[in-house]
Design a protein around this ligand. Structure first.
Ligand SMILES: [Ca+2]
Ligand SMILES: [Ca+2]
Length: 154
């Protein structure tokens, strides 16, 4: 390979690497949030003091066949919180905030005991410490059923 060819190959390689790094950075910024009921989302935005929405997921957690919205959000630099916007027949309200994981936040719905309403499972991590928590909606609030490592990942 002569010098000229090597320079061209070098330039192309740099370009490709640069592109790769750029798209990796760009993907980080893309928030891949699902489509949800706008009314629920607007209610959250209007009634909760938050810095940034991290993740949310829609599901019926009080067995009234109306979708409710679980939202995990950045409260401040040190804390992520979770609330549920409950859409009752007569009104909408937000549950008391619970601590939520800092990174890789996943929200799942599952009827873990196969009875009554669906439970909410929140999982995530902080600095590589993985944890999860299981919650059930009772008496207008989310209650902790069980979990593991939530102190280390919240
Ligand atoms: Ca519901
Ligand atoms: Ca259940």
């Amino acid at each position: 390979m002569n010098n000229k060819k090597m320079i061209v190959v070098g330039i192309i390689t740099l370009f490709l690497i640069g592109n790769l790094i750029y798209s990796k950075e760009k993907n980080k910024e893309v928030v891949d949030l699902p489509n949800v009921d706008e009314e629920l989302l607007l209610f959250f935005q209007g009634n909760v003091d938050f810095e940034k929405i991290i993740n949310y997921s829609q599901g019926d957690i009080n067995e009234d066949n109306r979708e409710d919205l679980v939202v995990v959000y950045k409260k401040d630099n040190n804390n992520n919180h979770m609330v549920v916007v409950i859409n009752d027949k007569n009104n909408m309200y937000v549950t008391t905030p619970k601590p939520a994981p800092k990174e890789d936040v996943k929200i799942e719905f599952k009827n873990i005991d196969n009875k009554d309403n669906m439970e909410v499972i929140i999982s995530g991590s902080k600095n590589g410490n993985v944890g999860y928590g299981v919650y059930r909606f009772e008496n207008n609030e989310l209650i902790d059923l069980f979990g593991e490592g939530m102190e280390a990942c919240c």
